[in-house]
Structures are given as structure tokens and as C-alpha cells.
Write a protein that binds this ligand. Structure first.
Ligand code: FAD
Length: 498
């Protein structure tokens, strides 16, 4: 087997799905008997929807969202008020039409994971539940792993070319590799209950209320709607609460003293943490999702970054496995994903402090970024897998798209109404307005798109006589403003073949 993926959460299933899209088989093992039974991470941002569109499941995911997924996001004493801060009012988020043709979805993890698992299987992955990784070793040729059937206890040894650790925030794989983490540590410990109630008199269908209320443990909490109408989750500071106390806390959070409440489930305590792994790879083992990055849930990037990690790792694994890229391409996984992870984790920490824990503000908070321009699309992958231009200082952020190498390829609407972004994803491609570059690209086995007009060239910082080499992850590898330039050298550099 080519790739063994441990963990069937959002990151592991995405990795397997995108590997399948690139024609690489994988085996996903998951110790639980099913995908997540809890709503957990919710919401797909447009950059995530772009990659789900590439995999052919954007519509399935959108259809799984509640019918009208506009959101109310507030800081309040209770759902019924008083409201202290309106963060989103019956909205989905910022207008991103300048950056992407993709929309939003608001599907929770419990509905998203089966869609990912189904598509991964359609694309050739095997997904085995009730199966856990016990131990692994790696050598120059691959990884040897011992798997155990959780039901029978039976063990088997499998061999894979690569191991992907998508095994969550505890990540036994990361521990086994001796990779440490750096961050602000444990921020708090909470428990959550899922309950059924009619809150339509105080909340719209989709809502998240950050609670500030002295009657709740720790004087706060979070109340959130789920995909199921009339089902909600309440999270509060950790403690031992019996059912009566839960009902009392839910009524306080709702602001409705006589609310009819049906308690469905109470979870064990979990820590809110902030850290990023010191490395995302070791030899033939690569880490994704919560295994490399854990942050407060304020911002909804945990689930989105988990999907995007799988997307960004899969093309590199696939090209190395198929012999189209040098093994050094995989060394760029840490260089490209870690700076962005640190940035996103700091942003979510800022939101956490501002919305829920102002007492943690010690003057070291990152300034909140504009999500539209910086958190979804305006970050760069600065590594040896792009050809940086002279004068490029390797900035992580690029608020306005410029088309320079290391940045996301700009979204330009084409004459047929589609986006340039829809031209990318399967392999390296060349955008050009000149037959000269089409011939050059063809000689290298690359797909070239001959584009009309000047709009695309202006957005990408070249002339119509120029060319832009775009990686399968929609990031620009190289560009030349005119008919001059070494396309073959740029490709070999970006694939770490030289
Ligand atoms: C209550 C809760 C609410 C959340 N809300 C949000 C939110 O609103 N927005 C947001 O963006 N994020 C949220 N998150 C975070 C989000 O759920 C995670 O960031 C995301 O699920 C990470 O996905 P993952 O695949 O990396 O890890 P996980 O979903 O944790 O998956 C890891 C999997 O690996 C399996 N595993 C571990 N070890 C082994 C082994 N040895 N063998 C086999 N299997 C193994 C585990 O069983 C698990 O299923 C929330 C998390 C929780 C717990």
C-alpha cells in the first residue's frame, strides 16, 4: 500500500480523498467504530469549498448544511440578551467574490466526515474503522506498522511507503517521533452538553452565543446551534454537574427560566489549548490537522485547516510516489504549513481573548487580521518549492493578490464565467496568452491554458506574452513577464528535482 493514514477525522479523510484524486491508493485506519457522532467543527469557508469542488463534493457538502445557513454570532449575557457585541448578524461572513468563485457552507463534522469518507472510497481509498495503529517503525524504503482490530484484538503488520499522522491533538504518532509543540498551552478546561429545546423565540436557526454571565461556572460559556433543528450544545467551565444543574445552566444560557429542556448527552472534560508542532514531518511520516495545530475554536479554522492540510500534503505525496517530484518536495510540508498554522492559531487566540477571556490579554495579542484578505487567501507558501523573485523578502501575508511566486494564484473571471482557480488542482499548469509558451509547456508534458485578453495577465503581474506556472495547490510557482524565461528550470526547481 502506498500511504497509511491514521485517523478518520477531517484531516485524515481529506488526505485520503485528495490522494485518490491524484491516483494514489491509501488505507485509512480509525480506532472508533464510526466517524464523529458529534457536531464539533462547523462551517466551510470559500477556500475550503474550492478544494471540495475540485474533489467533486462541494454540492454534497452544501446540501448537508442547514437550509438557510446565515449566522448570528454574538457576545451576550444569554441568548435572550443582553447583547454585548454583535459579531455577525444574520450573515455568512465577508464578501469574498474578489478572491474566489466558491461560496460558503455550514456543515458540521458529523455530516461532513461521512461525505469525505464516501468520496475517498469512491476514489480508491480503503477506510477501516475499529482499527488502531499500535506502533510503527520507518526505514529508507518505507514504514512498517502494527494495526489492531479493536473488536477482536487481532494484530497484523502492514507495510506502506508513507505514514500520515492524522491522529488528533493527542497524536501518539507525533509523540513517537519525539516532535514537541510550542504555544500558549492550556487556556481552560470545559465540559459540554447537547440538548433539545425550542429557542426560536430568542435565536435564529443558526447561532453561536459567547456567554458572559456570572451565574455560569467561570462566568461564561458558549451556546451553539447544530445541524438538527432544535438541538444545541452548551459548553461551560469544567466541573461535576448533575442533570438538574445542566438544565439550570441551559436555562441561564438561554435566558428563559422555564425553558423545556431535554438533555441528550454530556461530554467528558476537554482542554482548550494553543500550540503548533515544532515540525510537521519526520522522514516518511507526515502530520496533519490537530496533530500539528490546536487552537481555541473561536474562528472555526480547526476544521477548515484540517481539510486544507490534507489537500496541501496529498499532491506532494502523490508526485513523489509517482516519481514526478524529488523526495525533497515533502520537506516543504513543514516550511509551508507551519508558518500559516502559527499565524492562524494566534488569530484564533486573539478572538478567544476578545470574545471570551479578556483577563488573558497580557499585551501580546496579535492584531486581528481581515479574514477576507489574509486568513483564507492572503497567506503565502514560501519554500524551496517555489521560485522566489529577486527582492522577495518572504513575507507570509499578501493582503492583495499580486500573482508573485509563493502566493495563491489570483481569481480572475474568465469569458465563460468560470474562474482561473477552476483550471488548477490536477497537476502543474501554465497560464499564458502566447502560443510560444503553450509549445514550451507541451514539450514538458504540462497542460497550458491559452487565455484571451489582458485581465488575467494584469492580475498575475505579467504581460500577455508572459507565462505563469501554477502548482496543483493553486499557488504560483514561477512567472515570467514576457517570452523569456526558463520554464523547465522553474518546474524542476519547484518539484525539487534539482
Ligand atoms: C467539542 C468540539 C467542538 C469543536 N468545534 C469546532 C468548531 O466550531 N470549529 C472548528 O473549526 N473546529 C472545532 N473543533 C475542532 C475540530 O473538531 C478539529 O480541529 C478537527 O476535527 C481536527 O480534525 P483531525 O482530523 O485533525 O482530528 P480528529 O477529528 O481528532 O481525528 C483524529 C482521529 O484519529 C483517531 N486516532 C487517534 N489515534 C489513533 C490510532 N492510534 N489508531 C487509529 N485511530 C486513531 C481518533 O480516534 C480520531 O477519530 C471542535 C472540537 C471539539 C472537540
Amino acid at each position: 500500500m502506498r500511504v497509511l493514514v491514521v485517523g478518520a477525522g477531517l484531516s485524515g479523510l481529506s488526505t485520503a480523498m485528495f490522494l485518490g484524486l491524484h491516483g494514489v491508493e491509501s488505507l485509512v485506519v480509525e480506532r472508533h467504530a464510526t466517524t464523529s457522532l458529534h457536531p464539533k467543527a462547523r462551517g466551510q469557508f470559500p477556500h475550503t469549498m474550492e478544494v471540495l469542488r475540485l474533489a467533486g463534493i462541494d454540492q454534497r457538502v452544501a446540501d448537508a448544511s442547514p437550509p438557510d445557513f446565515r449566522f448570528r454570532l454574538i457576545v451576550a449575557g444569554a441568548a435572550a440578551g443582553p447583547v454585548y457585541n454583535e459579531i455577525l448578524v444574520n450573515d455568512m461572513g465577508p464578501d469574498l467574490s474578489a478572491f474566489s468563485s466558491a461560496g460558503w457552507a455550514n456543515t458540521s463534522q458529523e455530516r461532513m466526515e461521512p461525505i469525505l469518507a464516501g468520496r475517498a472510497r469512491e476514489l480508491g481509498a480503503a477506510v477501516r474503522f475499529s482499527t488502531e495503529l499500535v506502533e510503527f517503525t520507518q526505514d529508507d524504503g518505507g514504514v512498517t506498522a502494527v494495526l489492531r482490530d479493536v473488536g477482536t484484538g487481532e494484530e497484523e503488520t502492514v507495510r506502506a511507503g508513507y505514514l500520515v499522522g492524522a491522529d488528533g491533538h493527542r497524536s501518539p504518532i507525533r509523540h513517537a517521533l519525539g516532535i514537541g509543540v510550542t504555544g500558549r498551552g492550556v487556556l481552560g478546561t470545559g465540559v459540554a452538553a447537547i440538548f433539545a429545546a425550542d429557542l426560536t423565540s430568542v435565536l435564529p436557526r443558526n447561532a453561536l452565543v459567547y456567554l458572559k454571565n456570572p451565574e455560569l461556572p467561570g462566568a461564561g460559556g458558549a451556546l451553539v446551534s447544530t445541524d438538527e433543528r432544535g438541538r444545541y450544545a452548551l459548553g461551560v467551565g469544567a466541573g461535576e454537574y448533575d442533570d438538574d444543574r445542566w438544565v439550570e445552566m441551559i436555562r441561564i444560557a438561554a435566558g428563559i427560566p422555564d425553558l423545556d429542556v431535554r438533555l441528550l448527552e454530556v461530554s467528558g472534560s476537554s482542554d482548550t489549548k494553543h500550540w503548533v508542532a515544532d515540525s510537521f514531518s519526520s522522514g516518511r511520516v507526515h502530520l496533519v490537522g490537530d496533530a500539528v495545530r490546536v487552537m481555541p475554536p473561536t474562528g472555526a479554522f480547526g476544521g477548515n485547516t484540517a481539510v486544507m492540510d490534507g489537500f496541501h500534503l496529498a499532491w506532494k505525496l502523490a508526485m513523489v510516489i509517482k516519481g514526478e517530484a524529488g523526495p525533497g518536495l515533502l520537506d516543504t510540508h513543514t516550511a509551508e504549513r507551519r508558518p500559516y498554522s502559527k499565524y492562524i492559531a494566534e488569530q484564533q487566540y486573539t478572538f478567544y481573548v476578545q470574545r471570551m477571556a479578556p483577563e488573558l490579554d497580557d499585551g501580546t495579542l496579535a492584531a486581528p487580521a481581515d479574514p477576507a484578505s489574509m486568513m483564507f487567501f492572503g497567506y503565502r507558501h514560501v519554500s524551496d518549492a517555489v521560485v522566489l523573485e529577486p527582492g522577495d523578502k518572504g513575507e507570509l501575508l499578501e493582503p492583495e493578490p499580486t500573482g508573485r511566486p509563493g502566493s495563491r494564484a489570483p481569481h480572475v473571471v474568465l469569458p465563460d464565467g468560470t474562474s482561473t482557480i477552476e483550471l488548477f488542482g490536477r497537476g502543474f499548469v501554465v497560464l499564458t496568452g502566447s502560443a510560444h509558451w503553450v509549445v514550451k509547456a507541451g514539450a514538458l508534458g504540462l497542460t497550458a491554458h491559452l487565455l484571451d485578453g489582458t485581465a488575467w495577465a494584469k492580475a498575475y503581474g505579467v504581460t500577455e506574452a508572459g507565462a505563469v506556472l501554477v502548482r496543483p495547490d493553486f499557488f504560483v510557482a514561477w512567472r515570467t513577464p514576457d517570452a523569456n524565461g526558463d520554464l523547465e528550470g522553474a518546474l524542476r526547481h519547484s518539484l525539487r528535482l534539482c
